[in-house]
Design a protein around this ligand. Structure first.
Ligand code: SAM
Ligand code: SF4
Length: 331
């Protein structure tokens, strides 16, 4: 019987996030630089076969939830082919993809046919001008079109990731919440984390979950915390008292959830990370490309989990931002 991937703090790891590219078709200011983003050379990016092999090994060690992310995963060629390979792996109970949604009008259907059912779509605002200010691109329409198509095709659940930034996102909270209620999408507000490429983060720019909850309770209706939610999920979930759906908060800054963390991450260039904020990473690409047997790769996965720290230190003076920004790690 597989004992699972337990770290030295007793946390069981069953969740793997796989970044398949560090490239993106937009330039969100809290993630990417406006221009001259540095990308990994294509030959350094793991092939779909290499990713599939790594995921199979990880699943054999207790991983059961896999999320494909990036950069923007849909800019990589033939993503449905990767989804098909991953969906065929026995032992994955939950396969999901995180996207900015811009290419969903073209790709939602092939992704669905390849076996994908769960989507997280990143959308911070329903206002075109504000969308362009945040992403430095004018692409709101295809995201909304893609979401409508995904809903029609039957993707479920569809969650919306909205990054909340103080003195910027306030006008978007209520319209996004209404949009979620009307469409049956769970909106998840994510606190701005110190992972941007230009050093723009500071604590004063974090719009904390409590403030968002207060606004939504006042403007839309009372929210109550869902008591029996999965304690290892990063989002704290609330529901509207009137039965109008759920809403989530990924409050990494104001309510860190490290104590319950169950995740490891594979970067597009084949580095394994035990935390979004980790400074160190473990190279698995050289093993995948150097003819290492599965056992050796499994041993490296285990040693990475065993090296995991207790948690990020955003709220301490000791905090050091990781050397790579969000798009290069995989969100
Ligand atoms: N391109 C896809 C997308 O935008 O969903 C997948 C990758 S993106 C890095 C994953 C998530 O990270 C997005 O939902 C985005 O909102 C979030 N994100 C990026 N930078 C962030 C930051 N500095 N703080 C909090 N969330 C961030
Ligand atoms: Fe691209 Fe996602 Fe980063 Fe925005 S958050 S720049 S969509 S990778």
């Amino acid at each position: 019987m597989n004992a699972g991937l337990r770290d030295t703090f007793g946390r069981l790891h069953d969740n793997l996030r796989v970044s398949i590219t560090d490239r993106c078709n937009i330039r969100c200011f809290y993630c990417m630089p406006e221009r001259d983003a540095a990308f990994v050379e294509r030959r350094e990016i793991l092939s779909y076969e290499e990713i599939e092999r790594f995921v199979r090994i990880a699943v054999g060690m207790g991983i059961s939830k896999v999320r494909v992310t990036g950069g923007e995963p849909l800019v990589r060629k033939d993503v449905p082919e990767l989804v098909r390979k991953l969906a065929a792996i026995d032992g994955i109970e939950d396969l999901a993809l995180t996207t900015n949604g811009i290419l969903l009008p073209q790709l939602a259907e092939p992704l669905y046919q390849a076996g994908l059912r769960r989507l997280n779509v990143h959308l911070d605002t329903l206002d075109g001008e504000r969308f362009a200010r945040i992403t430095r691109r004018d692409d709101l329409e295809p995201v909304l079109e893609g979401l409508a198509l995904a809903k029609r095709l039957g993707f479920a659940p569809i969650k919306i990731n909205a990054v909340a930034v103080k003195d910027l996102s306030e006008p978007d909270l209520v319209p996004l919440a209404h949009y979620g209620r009307e469409n049956g999408f769970e909106i998840r507000f994510i606190e701005f984390m110190p992972l941007d490429a230009q050093g723009l983060w500071d604590r004063g720019r974090v719009l904390i979950a409590d403030q968002i909850i207060e606004t939504l309770s006042r403007e839309i209706g009372p929210l109550e915390e869902i008591p029996d939610r999965d304690p290892r999920a990063p989002a704290t979930q609330y529901r509207y008292a009137d039965g109008g759906g759920t809403i989530g908060f990924i409050a990494s800054v104001s309510r860190p959830f490290c104590r319950n963390c169950n995740r490891i991450r594979l970067t597009a260039d084949g580095k394994l990370r035990y935390c979004l904020f980790a400074i160190e990473e473990t190279d698995v690409k050289s093993l995948l490309r150097g003819g290492a047997p599965d056992d050796e790769i499994a041993a490296r996965i285990r040693s990475t989990v065993l090296a995991k720290w207790e948690g990020h230190e955003i709220n301490t003076a000791r905090f050091v931002a990781p050397p790579r920004p969000m798009y290069a790690i995989g969100g």
